[in-house]
Design a protein around this ligand. Structure first.
Ligand code: ATP
Ligand code: MG
Length: 211
């Protein structure tokens, strides 16, 4: 799957990492906006296995999150989903995943990790973040609740202290979160049009987020 990407010489790849519990239009639009804006050949969605920052939280089985993500990206020929993290045992770190992607795509590939603004503000708490900055660049998209000044300051701090490269992309703000979708399902509220229909059907078929 990954090898074909070499066909056109220099490759620019976007990586969209997340818990995706469940995946929704906020994730999909962020990835597509970044892909088009920065001319990325494709975006690979990588559902995390066991995220370090959500250890105290109950999250859905990786297989459910992976399958729903696969359904969500299937209609976009420029999107892929990867099992890289869900198949790994133990806590999964972006640093390890990025090292693996480097070994697949080579040192000359342009790799961009796409995140929402909230994730960038936390970036300096990530495992081996300094080394991570040598492996990939970041694209951060705006997200409801973000503060322009705070985000700019963080990007500047990361750049001047650690040489981390973060490109910022302003997108129409979609006030959608997985937390809200889970709560809405639990309390019987509407979720249609917040996430792809296939994902909604998958959730209901498997009885996810009922409690
Ligand atoms: P949760 O509420 O469970 O934390 P989430 O909606 O924040 O879920 P995650 O899987 O935590 O989704 O997020 C994965 C990535 O997608 C993060 O970088 C996050 O900032 C980004 N993201 C999530 N929702 C949006 C959105 N509505 N707009 C822009 N970026 C988003
Ligand atoms: Mg989140």
């Amino acid at each position: 799957m990954h090898k074909n990407a070499f066909d056109n010489g220099q490759i620019k790849i976007g990586i969209m990492g997340g818990t995706f519990d469940p995946i929704h239009y906020g994730h999909l639009f962020a990835a597509e906006a970044a892909r088009v804006e920065f001319g990325l050949s494709k975006v690979i969605f990588i559902p995390v296995g066991s995220p370090p920052h959500k250890q105290s939280q109950r999250i859905s089985h990786p297989e459910h999150r992976y399958r729903a993500t696969a359904l969500a990206v299937s209609s976009n020929p420029n999107f892929e989903v990867s099992r890289l993290e869900v198949d790994k045992s133990g806590i999964t770190y972006t640093f390890d995943t990025m090292k693996k992607l480097r070994s697949i795509y080579g040192k000359d590939a342009d790799i961009y990790f796409i995140t929402g603004a909230d994730a960038v503000l936390e970036l300096l708490t990530w495992y081996k973040f300094k080394d991570l900055f040598t492996l990939c660049r970041f694209i951060t998209v705006t997200r409801p609740g973000y503060n322009y000044m705070e985000l700019e300051q963080k990007i500047e701090e990361i750049s001047s202290n650690y040489g981390g490269e973060i490109l910022c992309l302003e997108v129409p703000l979609l006030d959608i979160s997985s937390t809200d979708i889970r709560e809405r399902i639990r309390s019987g509220k509407a979720v249609k049009y917040l996430l792809p229909e296939e994902v909604e059907a998958y959730i209901f078929k498997n009885g996810l987020y009922k409690e």
